[in-house]
Design a protein around this ligand. Structure first.
Ligand code: SF4
Length: 377
């Protein structure tokens, strides 16, 4: 259930699709949308009707605020044991463009970014069999030593599961040691799509959706806030999307640890996924984000990464349920390996301009939304 009936700010007379009007009625009554509603939302052509409901939820939760971050991306290695078919970024150790940053190199990069005034370091990498837990502890300690105010959001659930297995220690101990070294939150990657048969095709060796949720539950129990992602625009069906969001909503009812839901549009270039891919349009992006906002009523933020979607769609989504457009992402490598056409660094001014010209109030924040609430002057 939602937090009780809300003031009617949806003009239901202007909703053309009766199924979306029915969703609007539920939202206004404080009831949650079910899987059938999600399928209706993902299929509707009444994009403005859907948008009016999503915007109502968005403004009820986040007012007119639109969040962005100033951060750097640290992709410490592209060497990965799994070589998922969906991944354009990973390499085998013998490949000529394989790389692994030393701790000194990491320190140098973070120092350089700290001078530019970042608030946060966002760290993800491949599953490298030679990197033991002390490498990651030392990595986080060195970053905190540069500036203790830097917020560290690090490692996907697949990495945490790997750290535990590779080091022969319980998952909880992995979290405890990395929290002690400076870990602040989890970025939420590796969720892909939970539906087993699709996951078996796009990421056959990656942890299951069930294990991903277990890792998140363990993190939430230790007080860590996390994002939850969902990869779309590949071979998933609308039912798979509804199922994915349903499992996240259920865990959220239990732990309350998800801060943000981040749908990620799949980019196929340089990956092994081609045939039978969904035909994806701008309306599909809007339907997915707006549906997420309405369906995941218990997750406070919906993030559209401008780097994945392009700045124009990301900005448009600010009117369709989204309240966070991501960050400056100095040195992002993962999505660009898969052909994203956006520059790999947007300045803070660029992000503020996008938000302002959408009529929203920009708020600079980090992954825990600390310092949030103050609009930028
Ligand atoms: S998606 Fe992640 S786990 Fe899979 S190959 Fe790429 S880096 Fe490795």
């Amino acid at each position: 259930m939602l937090d009780g009936p809300r003031e009617n700010m949806i003009d239901t007379d202007r909703i053309l699709d009766p199924k979306i009007a029915a969703v609007a009625e539920k939202v206004l009554a404080g009831d949650e949308a079910d899987a059938g509603d999600a399928l209706a939302m993902l299929a509707t052509t009444d994009i403005l009707g859907l948008g009016s409901v999503a915007n109502h939820v968005r403004e009820s939760v986040n007012g007119n605020r639109a969040y962005y971050g100033v951060n750097m991306n640290l992709n410490y290695t592209n060497i990965c044991e799994l070589r998922c078919p969906l991944c354009a970024y990973s390499r085998d150790a013998r490949d000529p463009d394989a790389y692994l940053y030393s701790l000194d190199e990491i320190e140098r990069r973070v120092r350089e970014a700290a001078v530019r005034g970042i608030d946060e370091v966002h760290i993800v990498g491949g599953l490298h069999p030679g990197l033991k837990l002390d490498y990651f502890e030392e990595m986080l300690r060195r970053i905190k030593k540069i500036d203790p105010r830097i917020f560290i959001v690090a490692f996907t659930a697949a990495e945490y599961d790997y750290f535990a297995r590779l080091n022969g220690v319980p998952l909880g101990e992995v979290f405890d040691r990395l929290i002690a070294a400076g870990l602040g939150a989890l970025p939420g990657g590796g969720a892909e799509i939970f539906a087993e048969e699709k996951r078996a095709l796009i990421a056959p060796k990656k942890i299951s959706g069930g294990r991903w949720l277990e890792v998140m539950k363990t993190a939430h129990r230790r007080g860590l806030k996390t994002n939850a992602t969902m990869l779309y625009n590949h071979i998933e069906s609308d039912a798979d999307i509804a199922d994915h969001m349903g499992r996240i909503r259920d865990l959220q009812k239990d732990t309350g640890g998800f801060k943000t839901f981040v749908p990620l549009r799949f980019h196929e270039e340089n990956t092994k996924i081609r045939s039978a891919r969904r035909f994806e349009t701008g309306f599909d992006d809007i339907r997915i984000y707006a549906t997420a906002r309405i369906f995941l009523h218990n997750v406070p933020h919906i993030k559209a990464l401008w780097m994945y979607l392009g700045d124009r769609i990301a900005q448009t989504l600010l009117a369709f349920g989204v309240d966070d457009i991501g960050a400056t992402y100095l040195n992002e490598k993962v999505v660009h390996a898969a052909g994203a056409a956006t520059p790999d660094y947007g300045t803070e001014e660029f992000l503020v301009r996008l938000i302002r010209s959408a009529g929203r109030d920009p708020v600079r924040t980090a992954a825990d939304y600390s310092g949030a609430g103050e609009s930028r002057p």
